[in-house]
Design a protein around this ligand. Sequence first.
Ligand code: MG
Ligand code: MG
Ligand code: MG
Length: 306
Amino acid sequence: MSTYIFGHTSPDSDSIIGAMALAYLKNQLGEDCIPTCQGEISVETQFILDKFDGVAPELKTSVAGESVYLVDFSDKAQAPKDIMEATILGIVDHHKLGDLTTDTPLECWIRPIGCSNTIIKEMFDYYGVEIPKNLAGMMMCAILSDTVIFKSPTCTKVDTKIVKELAEICGIEDYKALAMEMFIAKSAVDGASARNLNTRDYKEFEMNGSKVGINQLEMVDISVLDDRKDELLADMKAMKDENGLHTVIVLLTDIMKEGSTLLTVSDDDSKIEKAFDIKLENSQVWLDGVLSRKKQIIPFIQPQFK
Ligand code: MG
Ligand code: MG
Ligand code: MG
């Protein structure tokens, strides 16, 4: 019986490429593993797959009775609904520890570094398995995405070192130029609906009984959305009502200006204002220097729900 390997809902490049890379490694080690994903491939991930002749993993949203490895998450809210009926063999992740538990012992590779693919590269090295050229290129791009080309506060020396090693394997010298091309591709918003924009990199978190949904758009210039903020906020209100959420946040992250406009619709705005010691104006605020949801947003919001 095959084991399935997948990342979080609304999969980003780390989730997709991470599942592919870990499945390749596990297969080399003699385990029969299939990479899958829980949702549509993003524009950014498609850019990476096209660049390196990658094949997108198949969609799989139900895992009852299966054995699985999780990549890039350990929160129940980001897993298939029937995850508790699966056997979790292992987790490879770089986020806060989520609320998933297991009945059996498991393999865990969790480290506070920039990207799950960095950890997977270390696993290849640990087991002495060679990384194929194209896979190395895709893993490199996933790390450059997650670390926002090394600008994110989540980025560590390990991430930059491993990007250089992967760049060598895939034979790409100017990897920063490639990363910039990738971010320009993912910044395209023309013709996209408000719901599409609000769910491109959307994650839900359970915070002491309240559901909080946080989306992040990483763009080279967020000003192209200036005249669509009311539309985004109206759709966030609809998302909040549809899913019984306490708070919906959308981060418009400007990777050149290195900061984010936070938009929010909440049952209690004061929680957000206290979290960041700010005053919301028209349901929004600019947070200078904020690039990382996992490191600069969630750790400040979660305590407000304790
Ligand atoms: Mg991710
Ligand atoms: Mg990641
Ligand atoms: Mg990301």
